[in-house]
Design a protein around this ligand. Structure first.
Ligand SMILES: [Zn+2]
Length: 439
């Protein structure tokens, strides 16, 4: 008996014991428009293997040396191609999870190492075969505008976080991902009512999209503007107020902005992004001239949104702040990130959870977006054509004055009044629509 033999025995035992220690303590499922994500929470790292079997179609995931301590019966399978999930112990100490599927799917799996926010995870993505699904999920608004060859202004609305990534959590367990999706839907509804505008939702439900994936979706849909909506947290509970951010290619305008950008950029770590999907925006893209003009537009539209938000919320900062937000790094699409408030502040978290406040917030963002595009419509759009013909209209918002509106559209107050048949003494009402004379 040599010492080498004993060393082997001990080593073998060590490996087996560490492998045996792995437990799957939770299993979660998220449905996205084009795929289903299943996440396994592990107590430590584990090797895994993926198999696709047919007759009947099923996906098999083997996890070495793992035991299942979570229930599979609570998974919401209704909107997924999965008909049944079951598990078994394989070869003594391996875990086998079998997914029976109704239609052919393309499985992909990857492991996520433990980080500050989450432990070791195994991620299984089942991609739908039919590529038509994400397109079908996006309602197509065929307007007279496009028929006449005048296109709509496309606004990409990005509800932050989602799925594995809840975003910030409020004192009463309010989740940022839910609040910002609700505000985004309100904003979508408002823009849908506007002739010449077309909203497009980047995230339509509770699932995660990588920061790069969000920018890619906006580009695919030829967005004229990208608006990312958030409600974040700060270490100090007292911090409150709304703010608007744009990208900075140089450094942050304040330590708070830099802190926030770091938090937002960590979303990919929590949401779960495969190594191959890593974001690599080239530095050259950011120094490109087009970026300079895009940034300039981002700051201006951000300023419009900020001044509209002033009427519904206390502003955290009076200027559009800048920091290195990965989600805003589109070289050619003006992009802003709106912090609707601090979910870490009990009062603000409570307000942000109510439909009335979510609507108010959406109305302010909507009004700011309109202010920008009515003044600076992209060429070839219906709004640009209207502006030339003088057929523009403006709906009065809280805090508006006749002289302020006249200034915004660069027309004399007198002409604005005459054009709308308003007498010197007449009051203007919130929600009233004014016709804007041609410039
Ligand atoms: Zn956020």
């Amino acid at each position: 008996m040599s010492r080498v033999f004993w060393a082997r025995v001990v080593l073998g035992w060590l490996c087996a014991s560490t492998a045996l220690a792995v437990e799957v303590h939770d299993v979660r499922l998220w449905r996205a428009p084009d795929h289903t994500r299943i996440v396994f929470d592990l107590t430590g790292p584990a090797d895994h293997r993926l198999l696709t079997l047919s007759n009947p179609d099923r996906i098999v995931l083997d996890v070495s040396g793992a035991t299942l301590k979570a229930s599979l019966s609570g998974l919401e399978l209704a909107s997924t191609p999965i008909s049944l999930v079951r598990s078994a112990v394989r070869e003594g100490d391996d875990l086998r999870v079998v997914f029976d599927v109704r239609s052919v799917v393309e499985p992909r799996s990857f492991a996520l190492k433990a980080n500050a926010q989450a432990g070791d995870r195994l991620v299984l993505d089942l991609y739908d075969r039919s590529p038509s699904k994400p397109v079908a999920a996006e309602p197509v608004k065929t307007s007279a505008a496009t028929e006449r060859g005048r296109r709509d202004i496309v606004v990409a609305i990005d509800a932050g976080h989602g799925g594995e990534d809840p975003g910030a959590i409020g004192p009463n367990r309010q989740r940022e991902k839910d609040i910002v999706l609700a505000i985004s839907r309100e904003l979508q509804a408002l823009l849908e009512r506007d002739e010449g505008f077309r909203p497009t939702m980047v995230r339509t439900g509770d699932y995660y999209i990588s920061l790069k994936g969000r920018r890619d979706l906006a580009r695919q849909r030829q967005a004229d503007l990208f608006v990312s909506i958030h409600a974040d947290a700060f270490t100090r509970r007292e911090a409150n107020g709304a703010s608007v951010y744009a990208l900075s290619t140089r450094g942050a305008t304040s330590t708070a902005a830099s802190y926030l950008a770091q938090r937002e950029n960590a979303a990919d770590l929590i949401g779960g992004v495969r190594l191959g999907d890593k974001d690599d925006v080239l530095a050259s893209v950011l120094t490109d001239l087009s970026m300079t003009s895009t940034l300039d537009h981002s700051l201006k539209v951000g300023g419009k949104v900020l001044s509209r938000m002033d009427t519904v919320a206390r502003l955290h900062k009076r200027n559009v702040e800048q920091a290195g937000f990965a989600v805003l790094k589109s070289p050619d699409i003006p992009s802003i990130l709106v912090e609707t408030g601090f979910i870490s502040n009990p009062g603000e978290a409570q307000k942000l959870s109510t439909r009335a406040y979510q609507q108010k917030m959406a109305q302010a963002i909507h009004a700011g977006i309109r202010d920008w595009f009515l003044a600076q419509p992209p060429p070839g759009t219906l709004i640009a054509a209207r502006k030339q013909q003088g057929g523009q209209e403006y709906t009065i918002a809280r805090g508006d004055t006749l002289s302020g509106i006249a200034q915004r559209f660069n027309v004399p107050v007198r002409r604005l009044r005459e054009h709308n048949g308003l007498r010197d003494t007449s009051h203007i009402l919130v929600g009233q629509t004014l016709k804007i004379p041609a410039t």
